[in-house]
Design a protein around this ligand. Structure first.
Ligand code: ASP
Length: 582
C-alpha cells in the first residue's frame, strides 16, 4: 500500500510518482489548493490537492477530516521558493496528489493530536490516539530500539536469553505478591513473580553460565510516579564471578543503552561509593551528585559545648552534621522557611549560622566559645556570605533527614545542574536491616545475598555485616541493583537463621533451592536494572507511564480496558472462590 514512509520522502524523489499511506494530520486550504500533512510512524510529509493536477482529487479532498486514514498517489516536487520548512525533514518537498482513497474515517476526537498535552486520564483511555502524538511515539520507538541494544550487547558477551515462569511460587523481594488462583488445585495459588530471582540462580546451577531476560515483574505496592504494579527489568545472572565482574558488565550495558539514546559518551568506570560514606556525606543510599553539597561531621568539635542540643547529642553518642550553602543571599524569611521545612522532614530543629563579613550570626552563637567557632569555620571552610545549616541527634536519623534537607536546598537554591547525568555505584551495603514492624532483622536486599565474610560462624553486631551487594544510581534514583549470591547450602541456612527463619519454613519455601545448592552450585551473582525507570531518566520524562505503552493508573487500573474488573460467578465457581463483597 505504499512505496515508502512519509518521513523518508526526500529531494532524491523529486519527479517520481509515489504512493503513500497514513493519517490526515492537519489540513489547510488556501489559494484554491488544499494542503494536508500526511503522517505515519516515520513522520510527516506535505501533500497538495490542486485542481490543475486532478480536479476529481481536489474536489474529493473536501471530505478529508482529521485522522482519516488515506492512501495517495502523487508526484514529488520541490516546494516553491520561500515556502520550504526547514524545521521538518521533508520540508523542502511536497507531493501533488493525482489520486487517493479514503481507507477509513474518524469520528470527532476526544482531544487534538497536535495540540497541547491532554489530561492523563484521556491519554490513557485513548492510548491509541495518545500514541499518535509525536513525543509519545518517539519515546516508544526509543524503547523498542533499546531492546535491540541490550540484546546485542549481552549476546556479544555470551549471555543466553531464557524465559522464566509467570505462574510461580512466591519468592520474597520485599513486596506483596499478586496471586492467581489455580482451578486444577482449588484453594492453591500461584504468585506472579516479583522477579525471576531463584530461577536465574537455578539456571546458573544448571550450568548456563550467563543468563539474561528482559522480563516483566509484578509487585503489589502502593504506586508512585516512578512505580508500576507490573514493570520491566533487564535481569542478569553470571557464574564464577565476584562484585567487580558484575559491576563491569552492568556498566558496559548501561553505557551501551545510554550512548544509543543520548548520543553522548558515558565515561566508565562509573565511580563507586561505599554505603557508609553515602550515608555520612549525603544522608541517602542514592545520592544525587548533580550538585556537590555534602555533609561535614562537626561532632568532635563540640565535645565540651555549652549549647544544650549539642551537649545532649554528644552525651547520647549522636552526630552533629552541617551543610554550607555558598554564594546565595538568604533573607530571614528564607531561613525561617528552611527551619520549618526541616521540621516537616522530621528534624527536631535546624540551626542556621550566617557568616556576615567574617562574624558569625545566629541565635545560638552566644553559646559557642571562640575555639568552637574557629574550629567549625576552619573545618567548613566558610567565607563571608555563606550560610551553615546544622542538625544534631541520633546519627542515622540525622543523616537521613539531612539527606532530605539536602534535596530541598538543591531544588530551592537551584544547585542542581539539570542537564547532567550522574551515575554512581553504591557498594558494601549492610546485609541486614532491622524491621521495627516485624521486630527482627530482615535481609536488606534479599536472603540469597552473600555477606562479605561467611555468616556461618557469625556472632556479634548484626548491623556491621556487609553484603556483596551493589546498586546503580542515576541522578538520585536507583536504576539497578543486585548481589553476589550465597552458593552453599550451609551458608544459606546460616543466613536464614540470622533472619529468624526456621529450618521448616526455609525448606517449605525454598526447599528446591537448598537441594540444588547441594548439587554442585557454582559461585554466581547478578543484577537487575529497572528498564522503564532507566528509559524515563534517559529521556528526561517525569513519569514512568510515559515510557510504558499500556501503563496502569496510580490506583492500579487500566483506563483503556477497564481492568481490574469483576468476573462472572461461573468463573468464580470453577475456582471455588467466594468473595465477601457482593
Ligand atoms: N532480583 C533482584 C531484584 O529484583 C535483583 C538481583 O538481585 O539480581 O531486585
Amino acid at each position: 500500500m505504499r512505496d515508502k514512509y512519509c518521513g523518508s520522502v526526500s529531494k532524491d524523489d523529486i519527479g517520481k510518482t509515489i504512493t503513500l499511506s497514513g493519517w490526515v494530520f492537519r489540513r489547510r486550504d488556501h489559494g484554491g489548493l488544499a494542503f494536508v500533512d500526511l503522517r505515519d510512524v516515520s513522520g510527516i510529509v506535505q501533500i497538495v490537492f490542486s485542481p490543475d493536477i486532478s480536479k476529481e482529487a481536489h474536489e474529493k479532498a473536501g471530505e478529508l477530516k482529521q485522522e482519516f486514514v488515506i492512501t495517495i498517489t502523487g508526484k514529488v516536487d520541490r516546494r516553491p521558493d520561500g515556502t520550504e520548512n526547514m524545521n521538518m525533514p521533508t520540508g523542502e518537498i511536497e507531493i501533488y496528489v493525482t489520486s487517493f482513497e479514503v481507507l477509513n474515517t474518524c469520528k470527532t476526537l476526544p482531544f487534538q493530536i497536535d495540540e497541547e498535552e491532554p489530561n492523563e486520564a484521556l491519554r490513557l483511555k485513548y492510548r491509541y490516539l495518545d500514541m499518535r502524538r509525536d513525543e509519545v511515539r518517539k519515546a516508544f520507538i526509543v524503547r523498542s530500539n533499546a531492546y535491540k541494544t541490550i540484546r546485542d550487547y549481552l549476546s556479544e558477551n555470551n549471555f543466553f536469553e531464557f524465559e522464566t515462569p509467570m505462574l510461580t511460587k512466591s519468592t520474597p523481594e520485599g513486596a506483596r505478591d499478586f496471586i492467581v488462583p489455580s482451578r486444577l488445585n482449588p484453594a492453591n495459588f500461584y504468585a506472579l513473580p516479583q522477579s525471576p530471582q531463584l530461577f536465574k540462580q537455578i539456571l546458573m546451577i544448571g550450568g548456563f553460565d550467563r543468563y539474561f531476560q528482559i522480563v516483566r515483574c509484578f509487585r503489589d505496592e502502593d504506586l508512585r510516579a516512578d512505580r508500576q504494579p507490573e514493570f520491566t527489568q533487564i535481569d542478569i545472572e553470571m557464574s564464577f564471578v565476584d562484585v567487580d565482574d558484575i559491576v563491569r558488565m552492568g556498566e558496559g550495558l548501561v553505557k551501551a543503552v545510554y550512548e544509543s539514546i543520548t548520543g553522548n559518551v558515558l565515561e566508565t568506570p562509573i565511580p563507586r561509593m561505599g554505603y557508609d560514606d553515602a550515608m555520612e556525606l549525603y544522608g541517602t543510599d542514592k545520592p544525587d551528585l548533580r550538585f556537590d553539597l555534602s555533609m561535614t561531621d562537626l561532632t568532635d568539635i563540640f565535645h565540651e559545648t555549652e549549647l544544650g542540643v549539642f551537649k545532649k547529642t554528644v552525651e547520647e553518642k549522636g552526630a552533629i552534621k552541617a551543610f554550607v550553602l555558598k554564594g546565595k543571599t538568604l533573607s530571614r524569611k528564607d531561613l525561617d522557611t528552611a527551619v520549618e521545612t526541616a521540621k516537616e522532614m522530621g528534624a527536631g530543629g535546624l540551626i542556621w549560622i550566617r557568616n556576615e563579613n567574617n562574624t558569625l550570626q545566629s541565635p545560638i552563637v552566644k553559646f559557642l566559645n571562640d575555639g568552637e567557632k574557629a574550629s567549625m569555620s576552619e573545618r567548613l571552610g566558610i567565607a563571608s556570605g555563606d550560610v551553615i545549616f546544622i542538625m544534631a541527634g541520633p546519627r542515622n536519623a540525622t543523616n537521613e533527614i539531612m539527606g532530605k534537607f539536602r534535596l530541598y536546598l538543591g531544588g530551592k537554591y537551584d544547585l542542581i545542574e539539570k542537564d547532567l547525568y550522574k551515575f554512581l555505584w553504591i557498594v558494601d551495603f549492610p546485609l541486614l536491616e532491622y524491621s521495627e514492624e516485624e521486630k527482627r532483622y530482615t535481609a536488606r536486599h534479599h536472603p540469597f545475598t552473600s555477606a562479605k565474610e561467611s555468616v556461618r560462624t557469625f556472632q556479634g553486631d548484626y548491623d556491621a555485616i556487609k553484603a556483596k551487594a551493589y546498586d546503580l544510581v542515576l541522578n538520585g534514583v536507583e536504576i539497578g541493583g543486585g548481589s553476589i549470591r550465597i552458593f552453599r547450602m550451609d551458608e544459606q541456612m546460616a543466613m536464614f537463621k540470622l533472619i529468624n527463619m526456621s529450618e521448616e519454613e526455609a525448606s517449605e519455601k525454598f526447599g528446591f533451592l537448598l537441594e540444588a545448592l547441594e548439587m554442585g552450585a557454582p559461585p554466581h551473582g547478578g543484577i537487575a536494572f529497572g528498564f522503564d525507570r532507566l528509559l524515563m531518566m534517559l529521556l528526561r520524562l517525569d513519569s514512568i507511564r510515559d515510557v510504558i505503552p499500556f501503563p496502569k493508573t496510580q490506583k492500579g487500573t487500566c483506563l483503556m480496558t477497564g481492568a481490574p474488573s469483576r468476573v462472572s460467578s461461573k468463573q468464580l465457581n470453577e475456582l471455588k472462590i467466594k468473595t465477601t463483597i457482593v
